[in-house]
Write a protein that binds this ligand. Structure first.
Ligand SMILES: C[S@@+](CC[C@H](N)C(=O)[O-])C[C@H]1O[C@@H](n2cnc3c(N)ncnc32)[C@H](O)[C@@H]1O
Length: 240
């Protein structure tokens, strides 16, 4: 498991510098309203970045994640914010629910990230959805990725203890993979974090969803319905 997903307090502190969670939640909410969604499965939910705000909006949310640290943090924050959610430590590669959901989400380029095995996860989600249920996957677009050069992402945050968290992520890309070599420094103590992500193009994700049985698709570029030539993010909604 990645070191960052064991340092959930720090992870939570840097999220807002990297993503616009409000925008993402608003888009999910508008799609869910169109599809009359009530129950949502958040696959690889992390610290509940989407689960908690969605629960605040009235959805019945179950979040699953492999990391006990992420799940602990998500539970603590849900309690602090007084929202009802269910967070469960669960491997997305092998889960099976009798309960069926109206929708599932897998956000922040996570479906292709090892140790997730996207074919298995898509199949498991398909089984966990009701008929006409919707699976939303959110990925950085393949076209937007700076292939054949290194991309360095620096993050930092002040800790409650008064110290500093610094993360430097060295991302290298090939046609099909992102290889992330991260150095995390917490008050002088260093951790190394390696991570590999499978990069699929929009058409490849749709093919994978089709193979699992999803029938209809809707694509959002940069969280909008209008398609653009080189989007930064691609959100695909597959309907069972
Ligand atoms: C990039 S984070 C995304 C978290 C969340 N979806 C978000 O958008 O904030 C990836 C998450 O995937 C989880 N994860 C990785 N492999 C997993 C697996 N096999 N099953 C469940 N969760 C997994 C990690 O623990 C981590 O919390």
């Amino acid at each position: 498991m990645q070191v960052l997903y064991q340092l959930s307090d720090y992870y939570k502190k840097i999220i807002n510098d990297l993503v616009d969670t409000n925008l993402e939640v608003n888009v999910l909410d508008s799609i869910f309203k169109k599809h009359k969604v009530k129950s949502v499965l958040d696959v690889a939910c992390g610290v509940g970045r989407h689960s908690i705000p969605l629960a605040k909006l009235g959805y019945q949310v179950t979040g699953i994640d492999l990391s006990p640290y992420q799940i602990k943090k998500a539970k603590e924050d849900a309690k602090k914010e007084k929202v009802k959610t269910s967070f469960v430590i669960q491997d997305a590669n092998s889960f099976y629910y009798n309960k069926k959901f109206d929708a599932a989400i897998c956000m922040w380029t996570t479906l292709g990230e090892e140790p997730m095995q996207y074919k298995k996860v898509i199949r498991n989600v398909f089984h966990a959805l009701k008929n006409h249920g919707i699976f939303i996957i959110d990925n950085r677009s393949w076209e937007h990725i700076p292939k054949e050069r290194e991309e360095i992402i620096k993050t930092s945050a002040k800790l409650d203890s008064g110290g500093t968290f610094r993360g430097t992520l060295y991302d290298r890309y090939t046609e099909n993979f992102r290889i992330r070599d991260g150095i995390i420094n917490i008050d002088g103590k260093k951790y190394r974090d390696l991570c590999v992500t499978h990069l699929l193009k929009e058409a490849d994700w749709i093919r994978e969803l089709k193979e699992a049985g999803f029938k209809r698709f809707k694509v959002y570029h940069d969280y909008k319905e209008k398609r653009v030539k080189k989007p930064a993010r691609v959100l695909i909604a597959g309907i069972k």
